[in-house]
Design a protein around this ligand. Structure first.
Ligand code: HAM
Length: 432
């Protein structure tokens, strides 16, 4: 096959029906989205949808100017009026912007929101890391209660269990408040300074711009040096440490296994207190299936009243890759109830009309287009996994009937054409 003239943008991907692998299959992606939204609704979360682009400033202020996402990865453009806009690289800031703008706090209590959204980051692509990715996420606003932290973490874990991913590691840390972090950063920099010459260029840049991110390094020598570094958990206040202790108690009580990782900082400036990541043993280098945390100062930083909150984002593409690696069974996709099969011109006219009537009555129905033989149409009905073939030939036209053929066990029955739609809707469908 010749290479098509147009290719999708680098490090993006297409999803389509009937793909051989989970990673490319739109029906499987939709299945995961449906599972996620059903689970969120069952946990008391309502869906929020925000625009694909927002003002650039929203992300600079929230995610942080020194982060890789803002400084290197955002798709920024000017609209025709000269406004600076960005394709959203994440959804926490947009959801909080929408929460404030639409006065959702006035609904009272804790506001629990979920989203299924596309995000854009100009990253170096590899398996599981793309320039457009979809997140299944939640944000819950209005309380510092650690029981909410436990709920949000359990919601993410329940989703993975429900779709069949068990081999998970939950990494947990408390990143304290902005104030305790500032003290910690000074201690960290003082510790690293004598070793700085041994750090990579990227490490040196992080030392200047975002020292906490040094803890995320994959560089062997840097990791070795950092083994002796002071720990963030030793710098958080008593209240912050209590919050973390209560959360851990709730997770222990629910028998949720986790590892405390004092080096877990995540790539956003807005986190406070709880930070977590869920990793999979069934993924390669990009092993984070999802991550999240608290952001108790963020609503205020965006101009709202002090409002604590917590949330997470799960990478849909990574869930698809994990399920593919696990060789997970594909859930059966939707199939038609009826497939109209016709022979001859007069039958065709009746069949086209019958198909429209079935669909208008809410019955999933289909037919094969193009002038194909009855045999080819029957093959198409079987390939579509239709429950019944509704066959109309010369005899049926004459007798004003339709031959119902049950494609699973082969029984056949003539039903008057005028009763065909009602036949599907009757509670007790007659059988031969
Ligand atoms: P994040 O860790 O940047 O967090 O993204 C969440 C998840 O999205 C990651 O764990 C990963 O599975 C997936 N992901 C991220 N970037 C890519 C990419 N380039 N390609 C494929 N998958 C990717 C956030 O975005 C936070 N807003 C999450 C959050 C919500 N925190 C609090 N509330």
């Amino acid at each position: 096959m010749a290479t098509p003239r147009y290719q999708r943008p680098k490090d993006t991907h297409d999803l389509y029906p009937g793909a051989a692998s989970w990673e490319d299959d739109s029906a499987r992606a939709r299945f995961l989205e449906d599972q996620f939204s059903q689970m969120c609704v069952a946990f008391g979360y309502g869906e929020i949808r925000t625009p694909t682009f927002e003002s650039t400033d929203l992300f600079t202020r929230s995610v942080g100017e020194g982060t890789d996402i803002v400084s290197k990865e955002m798709y920024v453009f000017e609209d025709k009026s000269g406004r600076s806009l960005a394709l959203k690289p994440e959804s926490t800031a947009p959801v909080l912007r929408a929460y404030l703008q639409n006065g959702l706090a006035s609904q009272g209590g804790v506001t629990k929101l979920y989203y299924i959204a596309q995000h854009f980051r100009y990253e170096r692509g590899q398996k599981g890391r793309y320039r457009q990715h979809e997140q299944l996420g939640v944000e819950a606003l209005g309380t510092t209660d650690p029981a909410l932290d436990a709920e949000v973490i359990q919601l993410a874990l329940s989703f993975f269990h429900r779709v069949g991913i068990q081999n998970l590691t939950l990494k947990l840390n408390s990143v304290g408040s902005q104030a305790s972090r500032a003290t910690y950063v000074m201690a960290l920099k003082a510790y690293i300074e004598p070793f700085l010459a041994e750090f990579s260029d990227e490490g040196k840049a992080r030392f200047e711009k975002n020292p906490l991110r040094l803890l995320d390094t994959k560089n062997e020598r840097e990791l070795e040096i950092l083994r002796g570094a002071p720990l963030l958990t030793d710098y958080i206040s008593c209240a912050e440490s209590d919050h973390f202790g209560v959360l851990r108690g709730y997770l222990d009580g629910a028998r949720v296994a986790y590892t405390v990782d004092p080096h877990l900082v995540r790539g956003f400036d807005y986190y406070t207190h709880t930070a977590f990541e869920i990793q999979s043993g069934d993924l390669g280098a990009q092993n984070a299936l999802g991550g999240g945390g608290r952001y108790d100062g963020l609503v205020e930083a965006l101009g709202g009243p002090p409002t604590p909150g917590i949330g997470f984002g799960i990478g849909l593409e990574r869930v698809l890759i994990a399920l593919n690696r696990l060789g997970a069974e594909m859930p059966e996709g939707p199939s038609p109830m009826a497939f109209v099969v016709t022979q001859g011109e007069a039958a065709r006219r009746i069949g086209v009309d019958l198909l429209a009537q079935l669909r208008a009555a809410g019955i999933a129905a289909d037919m094969e287009y193009g002038a194909h033989s009855v045999k080819a149409q029957m093959r198409a009905a079987n390939a579509a996994r239709s429950r019944y073939a509704l066959i109309i030939g010369d005899e049926e036209v004459e007798g004003k009937v339709v031959q119902f053929k049950n494609l699973a066990d082969g029984w056949q029955l003539a039903v008057p054409l005028s009763e065909t739609v009602a036949w599907f809707n009757s509670d007790t469908q007659p059988q031969p």
